[in-house]
Design a protein around this ligand. Sequence first.
Ligand code: GAL
Length: 991
Amino acid sequence: MSTELSPHVSDITPGRGALRPARSWLHSDAPSLSLNGPWRFRLSPTASGPEDFAADGFDDRGWDSIPVPSHWVLEGDGAYGRPIYTNIQFPFPIDPPHVPDENPTGDYRRHFDLPADWSDAERVLLRFDGVESLFRVWVNGAEVGSASGSRLAHEFDVTAAVRAGGNTVAVRVHQWSAASYVEDQDQWWLPGIFRDVTLLARPVGGIEDVWLRTGFEDGHGRIEAEITADASAFPVTLRIPELDIEHVWTAPGEIAPLDVPDARPWSAEQPRLYEATVSTAAEAIALRVGFRTVEIRGDLFLVNGRRVVFHGVNRHEAHPERGRVFDEAHAREDLARMKRFNVNAIRTSHYPPHPRLLDLADELGFWVVLECDLETHGFDQVGWAGNPSDDPAWREVYLDRIRRTVERDKNHPGVVIWSLGNEAGTGGNLAAMSAWVHARDAGRPVHYEGDYTGAYTDIYSRMYASVSETEQIGADGARSPLLNCTPAQSARQRTKPFLLCEYAHAMGNGPGALDQYEALVRQYPRLHGGFVWEWRDHGLLAAAPDGTPYYAYGGDFGEVVHDGNFVMDGMLLSDDVPSPSLFEFAAVTRPIDLVFDGGKVAVTNLRHTADTADLSFRWRVEHDGVRVASGELDVAVLAAGESGWTPLPPVTPAPHAETWLTIDVALASPTPWAPKGHVVATAQLDCTARRPVPTVRQQADWQPCDGHRSLGIAEFTGGSLVRLGDRPVSGPHLELFRAPTDNDESPSDGVEGSDDSIAGTSHADLWRRDGLDRLTVRRIGVEHTQDALRTLDKVSAANSAVWVMMESIWSVEDGELELRVEIEPSHGWRTVWPRIGIRFDLPDVAAPVDGAEWFGLGPLESYPDSLHAARTGHFTSTIRDLSVDYARPQETGHRAELRRLTLTSGATEVLRIRTLADTRGRRPGFTLSRHTPQQIARAEHPFELTDSTTSHLIIDAAQHGLGSRACGPDVWPEFALRPESRTIRLRIAAG
Ligand code: GAL
């Protein structure tokens, strides 16, 4: 029995011997010694190996060396096991609190010399900032304790164990333990000592802990200090030079609030911090103080008296090579990037990050929801039977976790909400955590999404609520009870501010509908925005068999159970490349709104605190994407929340070109996160003089044709196009398939979104059922006139009785080659379609097509429910850059509302295509790729798409929306593509 062999791993305990109460992670001038660096390391397959390695004189010369901090599964090229990815599933039998005998266990050892001048220290502490999942510690052979709570700090008093000169520390880390049952977050399981290890000398007369609680009310700052120190350590002095504060507390009891009349407030937009020190004769602690008051008033969440809107992201600690090991430079750049994309808030899903992250968040300016390290989601699979959240045996584990969370990070002004954890069901232990937080910190509300009925938390929180449900919550919607609530519980929830702790699941290509959520937030004050799931993909850098690097996801390491690419659901790809969804997010959450009306524009400052003095409003006029005039608008400074009208420059529409006025709102000077000129919002006004679209010339005398002929630059055989100019080209082929996105592949719950959804069946499965990926053609006829050729094709799939008629008419109009394609579905199609398009294949020739130049929407891809980042303009791109390298290849690259496209090969123009709007004024979009949708759909990773020099151009009359059905609502009905007749008209010229 594993319980007998390894008693520690199955113990329900937060550990033994770590210091309590936990305290702040402080910047002190007391001596410390980092124990990061190479440690001796040995990995065993079970937890129960002999403990002799902990002995002082143990000979570890045969052991390997491993860096601390690190995860052992990411070191040693696979010699120490592999990462495992699961979402909800436990990668071991659900047998709480037991874990299997197969329990990878890492033994670590290192020597250190105790600095000679530490002899007068009162105490020596050994701090671990993060170890996954249960560890035991020995110093010079004496066990000093054990701890679990992987993403929490633990300190041990090792005063009695250390000695002058050389010392040995030994640590045994078990991958699995009882704690694993409460650490079932959706992420990689990554064992090891993955955060810093530090030895701390605690001086006589030092400060054990300090908490500078701040407030900002009626234009005044306030500090309420809590100093934990021996009476003999006093006097304690607080100094804030910038505010001329030097305040001395002479004894512990008499700490009264301090009024700070000159303080300026801290906010995420204006993160005003003041350098402070709190010192005794023996120790000085450096803090950065931000003054702000967090408050819930009715159903509003306010900071400094103003409503906060969270344009947030869920942030995991994820690095493609280091896993959850903190890389400060990388994290800082990540946070700066968030700021550049208008992200103003972070939920630290689902555990406290490295403590330095919060310093960065204070400094750069983010509202932070700081979440405890807790999730028991796997119990959902057994109807929550045995869920630790409601089992008194686990109470102390839960309390220990929340105490460590709050105590460590309580000084950060950026932290405005405490979150108890994620997806841990509900129960008395969560209620006890909340009660503890309320008693300890009255200055910040408590969040936990799983408290559906609002029994013990302060904020009404949901994840993945649909647009309609969110609207109902915003609009009060007292008609029906809320999810999982009785009418009385619903009434209670309705009195609270609402936030979406997760929404807009950004897996693969998507999400759609970000704008719809934002519109609701602007309409209903109770809705405080939310946190996109999630900031970045968690791909781990790996190599394909041929050495090609790629980002691995679940299953790539041969896991027994795993959840595939569900871990790749960020707006940022694993290699830090922002996906189009991040640009969409930035456009939708713009801090400045511009609405045109006649010759003027209404400018609205949507910010929380900042006025518009830091911004410039630059305009430009373009004719067919070419700039003809530009300047700067004179916009009066607007306070946060204010609007004002500004006259527009006069714009004269060009006679033969589209005329667009664009306004970019940009930073007038550099910030710590972006250079001067960085654009925070853009708006465009179409000033084009309307011109009629050439009507379709009706042709009469059609004659049967053997199909061999040429028309302008086009050559046909059997009625089929074989050549355009000097290029072999085939097409148009009807293309109704797109390589399914992760949202397309996701089974429906049968409730949301488009009325085609069938419970349990994904759109992609329905498309494959209907054979959209394997269409076949029967040519019904080929006819011609003197200057035209037409073909009629019936397109269908094996074993299908529904079809699409496609008529293609080539003609010469006004000296130009025109192709008009009429697409007409039969009755009986039962699903939405991914696209209605025509494909041209340009096979390999000496100089393959390798780029595009176009006038239309760009520069990035756009889909019907994700269009805000796209602007009308003239763009160029290589064929490579037209596609996004989603971790699992899928539909990518559609650029809507195309006017003109030139395919290029190096500097040579190969083909020039102009689109004509259909009778309803709609224009097609285009995709140019080296691979067909069918080829892309077969690949699981980008490296499986083998090199090709063939290019495929798809002109789409329409595309289906994106939605976020991989975890959330399907495509909104308005953006769902139902089978319908469409016309595509192109004018084509050779280069
Ligand atoms: C939520 C969960 C997240 C993540 C997401 C889907 O239910 O809280 O951790 O799993 O779904 O990616």
